[in-house]
Design a protein around this ligand. Sequence first.
Ligand code: NAD
Length: 478
Amino acid sequence: MAKYESRLFVNGELVKPLGNKTFPLSNPATGEFIADIPIAEEEDVNRAVAAAEKAQPAWARLPARQRSAIIRKFASLMEHNKHKLSELDSVCMGKPLHGGLSDIKEAAEISNYFAGLAESSGGETSLNTPGMISMSLRQPYGVVASIIPWNFPSMIWCHDVVPAVAAGNAIILKTSEKSPLSGVFLAQIAYEAGFPAGIVNVISGPGQTGAFLSSHMQIRKISFTGSARAGRAIMQAAANSNLKVVGLELGGKSPLLVFDDADLDATADAAVASITINSGQVCTASSRVYVQKGAAAKFKELVVARMSSLRLGDPLQDGTQMGPQADEKQAAAVGKYLDIGTEYGRAIVGGKRATEAGVNFIQPTVFTGLSDQSRLNTEEIFGPVMVMHEFDTEEEAVHRANDTEYGLYASVFTKDINRAMRVARALEAGNVGVNTTSPDGPYEMPFGGFKGSGIGRQKGSHAVLDWTEVKSVYVKHG
Ligand code: NAD
């Protein structure tokens, strides 16, 4: 018997998929079956697109302040339902409840920020050409889409849906097959807040469901957060269909540099939090740590002490600091990296699956003695696994930090302001922390990746404008 029920949310209604297909979902902390998840197929995507197309023009014609008021109501309903939302994310992918609650708080705050942007976003004007007044108009694309991953389901839902609808678009979002429950519930809350039917549609299913969105001829922009593998497929589908605009938020292999003069206690706190929050399943997790030789022995000691005192357990229990990996597949993938790390390097803490905590748990782990070319140092592990190295000079540290195809987040810890600024400039990443690291990053700043970590930015003051087309209008006068 399923503990939770799930449907598609299309045109203001909870509906079954037309083909009536589902797949089973289990709780990763216990292995218990919890829900049958609907699989949206091409006809379901067409139905959602048709509803969105019908509803969007009237929505775009509303005064921006009216759209913003609905978004603010949605944000307050999200806060009101925060316990339910964090429970839904927790039972799907093992996020401890306190982590879920802070995600919802941030998602509500950022939604209010986007509501403010909706009222202030507009185009430009120019009088620079004699006899002409020129202006640019920012107009919604129409029907847009979003495909999200499982690691921050509610938060990433808001990063895409809210600015898109704030700009006057109608959206179809596909949840991840690992954490589909909160996405549908958020659509219900959005409807209750006053979004007209057809403006926010949420569907579920595997990658193939996402492919129907990325190749759809009536969808004009798609925002994707997830792996580079799927990001490539989505770009190809967009290119082969209607050349829709594609925004990509992909993976990372974030370096964290610790100089001899850093506050080592504070740095160890930040480094351990970065790689263990959400069981290390964070795109910006500081997974490669480079420590200057003079600080290395002390820093290792501080990190090991913090890692070994973390409380692993049932994510629904108070006091649990780290839950399981999101599912068996994810835990097995991390387990393979542990085997490689143990063969070629040395675990100074952890290094094994934490079977005593339950199914799918991984011990918080630090490997040393691995080369920069090791797979653990070059591939995104998506688990609580840090690789630690030592370095001599600033130049060497920056070179090794940048020697990657990823460029999402990098950080530097030092008390020397000149060095901090030099290194911040030199690091090849869309986000750089100075004496802080991920997940820190205020929502008023643009977020995204250099190199293979993505295309475009989310958040920041352009968040709503990024969901608009630009039209230049030239008015000739006598
Ligand atoms: P994933 O790429 O496997 O799946 C993400 C979503 O894409 C899912 O909804 C999935 O069903 C869908 N999908 C898969 N193949 C598809 C295809 N061919 N066409 C269309 N859709 C497809 O990623 P994941 O395992 O869910 O998430 C982990 C990845 O996400 C990591 O690489 C992580 O770094 C990245 N991530 C990035 C950010 C960021 O902001 N940069 C944030 C969170 C996660």
